[in-house]
Design a protein. Structure first.
Ligand code: SAM
Length: 248
């Protein structure tokens, strides 16, 4: 794969997770961000561990297919690795990330990767959707929406989550996270996140979920969502939870 000349948040996260799918340009951007904020690996490892617990909880509820938005690099404890019996469609809008994901998943008959703009579900290739999310709209699905809400304004985010609620079958689940206000005290790091980045107070999360019903675990700092043992000692940078469209 040709070496990209711009960093990507997805590959920076792969670097922080100790993965193998990033380039010098990503490492330089990750180091610069750490210079402005502080160590990030602990935050992204805690977020990836949350993804694992959330996906397992959804699979334990009987869901056997997942649709992942803003998927980034599909390794390091990602969905098909923690739910190996399930089928998974990873989607993203970044062409370099999509090519990387397709290369990583080449040969898998259970997980695929394609274009998908989370704010317009119609952009997903229907053939891929029906192959990897069989019974789409008729059978419950796990929708994974992590690392994305922070880049969508309130109106776009609530419309998007409501449209997803409308199209998925009853009994479906949504795993979602929001960025809290951790970066408020780090203006240089905040500026590096770009103009679209949105921090939100926890009181904002519930209304944005609209009709999705959070489980009794709530939307909490990700390290404290159903921790297995003592929660990881990570800053409360990201809040997450699992919500449902109740079975009819
Ligand atoms: C911060 S990364 C998160 C990656 C991954 N979900 C994780 O948690 O490690 C955000 C990803 O969302 C993608 N993205 C940004 N806007 C998007 C949109 N409207 N629809 C789908 N993906 C989007 C970016 O290309 C990037 O790969």
């Amino acid at each position: 794969m040709a070496e990209p000349d711009q960093p990507s948040t997805a590959r920076m996260i792969d670097f922080w997770l100790g993965g193998e799918h990033h380039f010098p340009v990503d490492v330089a951007a990750a180091r610069a961000f750490e210079g402005a904020y502080g160590p990030c690996a602990v935050i992204f490892r805690s977020l990836r561990a949350f993804l694992g617990r959330a996906v397992r909880s959804i699979a334990d509820a009987g869901v056997d297919s997942f649709l992942v938005f803003g998927a980034g690099v599909p390794t390091r404890g990602n969905v098909h690795e923690v739910a190996p019996e399930a089928t998974v469609l990873y989607t993203d809008v970044d062409p370099v990330t999509i090519r990387l994901g397709q290369r990583i998943l080449a040969g898998s008959d259970r997980a695929g990767y394609g274009f998908g703009d989370a704010t317009d579900i119609g952009t997903i290739d229907p053939a891929q959707l029906h192959r990897f999310v069989p019974g789409w709209g008729r059978r419950p699905v796990g929708v994974i929406f992590l690392g994305l809400a922070a880049f969508l304004d309130d109106d776009t985010l609530s419309r998007t989550l409501d449209e997803l609620y409308e199209v998925v079958a009853p009994g479906s689940f949504l795993a979602v996270d929001f960025d809290g206000e951790e970066l408020a005290g780090h203006p240089r790091a905040l500026a590096m996140m770009g103009p679209a980045f949105r921090m939100r107070p926890p009181t904002a999360f519930g209304p944005l979920l609209g009709r999705w019903e959070p489980t009794a675990d709530g939307v909490v700092p990700v390290a404290r969502w159903r921790p297995e043992g003592a929660p990881a000692a990570a800053p409360d940078a990201c809040y997450g939870g699992v919500a449902t469209k109740p079975a009819a």
